[in-house]
Design a protein around this ligand. Sequence first.
Ligand SMILES: [Zn+2]
Length: 140
Amino acid sequence: MKSSKQKRSEIDAKRRKAEEWRRLQAQRAAEQCRLREYKLALARGEVAVVTSELAPSNSYSTPDFVLRGTYRPEPFVCKDCGVAEVWTPLRQKWWYETAKGDVFTMAVRCRACRTKERARKSAARRVHLDGLARKKPSAT
Ligand SMILES: [Zn+2]
């Protein structure tokens, strides 16, 4: 004959086991759902993120594309000329994984304005370096 205390502990153990099983099932279902979404995204033409290629970040938050696991087309408006453009998945992959761009940066300028901005920056740099060279002629 089991004591009521023994019976109680058996019931509790059974309940804990059932709860654990339900938790695992829910977790597994969520994982399967994520995997299905991921496959659908790839089928839509999104591009897989290779997390190990990303530039390291000290942020506590995680960018959406990392959580999702894919780069999707990102529409944006150029901050210089106001033209609407789409940042394509392949260009994002290049920016984050090849150029090691910061994972929290986004495209802000259209192609034409980016070229213009690059020319402006290199011209400014030349002027600056020429100025320095004129200031210190004896430095060499
Ligand atoms: Zn522009």
